[in-house]
Ligand binder design. Structure first.
Ligand code: K7E
Ligand code: RUQ
Ligand code: CUA
Length: 637
């Protein structure tokens, strides 16, 4: 190399414009993000049984934010403030907890576009949209006629639909029946939720399927555009001791759903409109007050009446994950109990359908012949294959729970190339863009089910663990042990440069359409309406207006509508009242949030700002006086 070139390369490297060849840097150098630099990727990890989405930077592994979705979150008042309570409404009542599993970024032409993130709830079946301008949950739709919702929220290439499906078959419609009569009454549904219109997320149709358990999904792209694939296990239809009774058969299925065909059937009226009740919770951009719209019916497609809508592909053995290669040509199943990794070919599947290479039929759904659809079986890959991601260079990465490793192979040639260990018992794994048409590759993040000795012990409950690998070179390089909140099931990542410029800095006060917004201190007031008292309050460094509130009696319901009238980035104010049976509020610049309080005893109660906001933060406080129920009005407000 000519010295001048060397110098140019050196300064380019120093300026962070060029990265050195992969193995030249140590793991520590690769994960160290110096002061003044940003992480390269945003990673969105499912919070599992914390019900949320947790955002990390990669490669540093730093936790950036928790986005509350299905669980209330006292830190910022999600689920407690009047503006967000309705997000947690369901037909079963108000539920402040959920079990989140699979985040999925919105896509355009099969590529993550950074508009939204979707995620499912597996206990009380729901799906949610997170707006990536604000990193806030803006919409949640409940899924009726479903027992759990696990194969969700996998997306079609232009975000037309996200999937949902029965995890546990249940009586459909629900009724009181003996559990032993499972085979007679229990059914499953595969649900397609229209996802591309904010505020209008809704169930497009449900396909009624046999009473198996539906586990994971992924949708086709390129040649397989128009199809989604769902794994189904427990084709034995066991209802007790599933660990034995649902593991009898050598093969279960992948259900291949032709959603374009389903759309045709809907257009031709080949569906049944069924009455039910489910919640659509939406928090619009203008008022930012969530409300619930109760929906009253869904459209059912019965496979017998819409031939060609579903086919079963036999797949060994109790399959869990199903993943589609970036070119859309191969469908990889993760047979939890299988000794091979089955790879199906989309082209072969289409031919098998054309030539009617059927091995049988169940409830109007043809079962295709295994040999007719199978491209190959990766021999002796590992034990307990679960989930697969792709690096965009012809390699597939499958997580193996039992052997605690990730096997790397050429999915066209069915040849194992490499494997890397995980600590321990890996579940999902993630490569940025790894389930899309154009993976960014570069990093691999296996997420583990068991932690054991990786971190300092924290009593019986340990943090969850993941390992970060660099996969840009010829050999994967171990970089980092990461801790995680909750048990992440799946994750997504997107280059930081796509998202960071879209991220909103403040809410503009001018555009605040909240009916109780107070846009200047002059407008601050206290208004009584019968037993309701509305406090129109402002917060700005470093005081609240009003800060002495009198005229409230036991028996009143007090609404503190607090508007943060700051318009500077990164100046939130908090709000909390002594003894208020609710949570903190964290109010962003330009935002109005409301805390509802029913005082139960007379006294004078302090309130204060909970987030250190200036040198006079400690002075940002006030008092609210509560008088006995029979105290005489008027009081001065
Ligand atoms: Cu996607 Cu963990 Cu819910 Cu597999 S599940 S591991
Ligand atoms: S005070 S910022 Cu909360 Cu003890 Cu120090
Ligand atoms: Cu406002 Cu501290």
């Amino acid at each position: 190399m000519k010295p001048r070139f060397k110098l140019a390369l050196f300064s380019a490297v120093a300026a962070g414009l060029v990265s050195l060849p992969s193995q030249a840097q140590s793991p520590a150098e690769k994960v160290y993000v110096p002061h003044g630099k940003y992480d390269e990727f945003y990673a969105f990890l499912s919070g599992g049984f914390d019900g949320q989405v947790n955002v990390y930077g990669l490669p540093s592994g730093r936790h950036l934010k928790t986005i509350p979705v299905f669980s209330a979150y006292p830190m910022n008042g999600y689920g407690y403030s009047e503006e967000t309570k309705a997000m947690l409404n369901t037909s079963h009542g108000w539920i402040p907890w959920g079990d989140s599993h699979h985040p999925e970024l919105s896509q355009t032409n099969g590529v993550p576009d950074g508009r939204w993130l979707f995620i499912n709830e597996n206990n009380t079946p729901r799906v949610a949209r997170i707006d990536l301008k604000t990193f806030e949950t803006t919409e949640i739709v409940e899924i009726p006629f479903s027992g759990g919702n696990h194969a969700s929220t996998f997306i079609t290439p232009n975000s037309e639909y996200i999937t949902a499906a029965t995890r546990f078959s249940v009586p459909i419609p629900q009724k009181d029946v003996p559990i032993a009569e499972y085979k007679k009454y229990f059914k499953g549904t595969l649900t397609f939720v229209r996802a591309d219109k904010p505020g209008k997320m809704d169930i497009a149709f449900q396909i009624l399927v046999p009473g198996y358990d539906y586990d994971l999904a992924h949708c086709g792209k390129g040649p397989s555009y128009g199809w989604c694939f769902f794994t189904s296990y427990n084709t034995e239809q066991a209802h007790t001791l599933l660990e034995i009774n649902a593991s009898m058969k050598d093969k279960d299925y992948i259900a291949a759903v032709n959603w374009k065909r389903a759309e045709e059937c809907i257009a031709q009226g080949k569906y049944k409109e069924v009455k039910t009740k489910y919640a659509h919770n939406y928090r619009p951009e203008d008022t930012r007050i969530a409300r619930t719209e109760w929906k009253t019916s869904v459209k059912w497609i019965i496979p017998k009446e819409c031939p060609g809508v579903v086919y079963y592909l036999p797949t060994p053995k109790s399959p869990h994950g199903v993943d589609v290669s970036p070119d859309g040509k191969y469908i990889i199943g993760g047979g939890k109990l299988a000794t091979v990794i089955p790879i199906h070919s989309f082209d072969k599947m289409i031919n098998a359908i054309k030539n009617k290479q059927f091995a049988g039929e169940v409830e109007g759904i043809p079962i295709l012949k295994y040999e007719a659809v199978n491209h190959c079986e990766v021999p002796n890959p590992c034990l307990g294959p679960l989930h697969t991601e792709f690096d965009g260079k012809g390699r597939a990465y499958t997580s193996c729970f039992i052997s605690s490793d990730v096997v790397i192979y050429d999915y066209k040639k069915c040849k194992v190339l490499d494997r890397v260990p995980t600590y321990y018992s890996v579940g999902h794994l993630m490569i940025p863009g790894g389930d899309s048409a154009k993976p960014w590759g570069k990093y691999l993040l296996p997420m583990n089910k068991i932690t054991k000795d990786i971190f300092l012990p924290t009593g019986p409950e340990l943090p969850h663990a993941a390992q970060l690998y660099d996969i840009s070179g010829s050999k994967p390089q171990f970089l980092l042990d990461m801790t995680e909140l909750g048990e992440p099931h799946y994750a997504q990542a997107i280059p930081a440069k796509i998202l960071m410029n879209k991220s909103l800095k403040i809410f503009e006060l001018d555009k605040n359409k909240h009916p109780y917004a107070t846009k200047s201190e002059e407008e601050a007031k206290v208004v009584r309406k019968g037993n309701e008292v509305h406090v129109y309050m402002t917060a700005i460094r470093s005081h609240f207006v009003p800060d002495n509130i009198e005229g409230i009696r036991v028996g009143d319901t007090v609404y503190f509508h607090v508007t943060n009238i700051e318009q500077d980035w990164d100046i939130p104010h908090g709000f909390a009242v002594l003894g208020a049976n609710t949570s903190n509020l964290l109010i962003m610049p330009g935002e109005t949030l409301t805390l509802k309080w029913k005082p139960e005893k007379p006294g004078v109660f302090p309130f204060y700002c909970t987030d250190f906001c200036s040198a006079l933060h400690q002075e940002m406080q006030g008092y609210v006086r509560v008088s006995p129920a029979d105290a005489k009005l008027p009081f001065k407000f």
